[in-house]
Design a protein. Structure first.
Ligand code: C5P
Length: 220
């Protein structure tokens, strides 16, 4: 990046899946690789920002110069975000946060008792980290610019448009095309108040650079 379009800015990124424990050895997660979020953190750093990356369980190296905090559950991710969002100018929520977690996580491993009975799981809803941050006073007053992501299987533009409003964010980025989990490339649809713009198919790192350049133009 020349010039460094995010010099002096603080960027907070979430990435990867969350892991919601059932018992000490089992849990529920999803196939998010974290690659897009890590690419965005790297691009923001290259653009001169100070970057904090809150990562769920992923197997990726920390981008150079980025401060990384590892978490497992959605509630831990929210706590880490809450700790760091106060200084942030930009919050980019790429994490695939589990919508639900088991209502009760057992302290000890759940054992087969030989009766053939199966454990019954019930769920409670996780906090919506992005919506929580986007409705905070700093975000509402424009001091904190929030960006959400959407992975949809169909009708991306319609879903991204309603999701942008429901989450309360100025910019919602849709992943175009079939499952991009784990892949090194993607295409993105940027949806804002004015409409939609496509970043055509390319490597996630190149898309991240384009997205950061776009976000930089939106900051006051
Ligand atoms: O509602 P949905 O999960 O499709 O929304 C996706 C967007 O919301 C992503 O930016 C994701 O990081 C964020 N999200 C969140 N906390 C949740 C669920 C989603 O921050 N519990």
């Amino acid at each position: 990046f020349t010039p460094k379009v995010l010099a002096g800015k603080q960027v907070l990124v979430t990435a990867g899946p969350t892991y919601e424990a059932i018992d000490p050895v089992r849990g529920i997660t999803n196939l998010s690789s974290g690659k897009m979020g890590f690419a965005i953190a790297r691009a923001a750093r290259m653009a001169g920002a100070r970057v904090t990356l809150v990562a769920g369980p992923v197997h990726l190296p920390t981008p150079r110069g980025v401060e990384r905090l590892n978490v497992q559950s959605a509630r831990q991710m929210l706590d880490a975000v809450a700790l760091h969002v106060g200084e942030a100018d930009v919050f980019i929520s790429t994490a695939a946060v589990a919508d639900w977690r088991p209502a009760n996580s057992a302290d000890q491993k759940i054992k087969k008792d030989g009766s053939g009975q199966t454990p019954q799981l019930s769920f409670v809803e996780n906090p919506d980290i992005l919506a929580t941050v986007a409705h905070s006073s700093r975000a509402v007053s424009g001091q904190l610019f929030c960006v959400g992501f959407a992975a949809e299987s169909h009708d991306l533009l319609a879903h991204a448009t309603t999701k942008r409003i429901r989450k309360g964010v100025p910019l919602l980025v849709g992943n175009i095309g079939p499952a991009t989990f784990g892949q090194d490339d993607n295409a993105l649809l940027l949806v804002d108040e004015a409409g939609a713009r496509e970043l055509p198919h390319g490597r996630k790192q190149d898309l991240a650079v384009q997205l950061i350049a776009d976000i930089a133009t939106r900051l006051i």
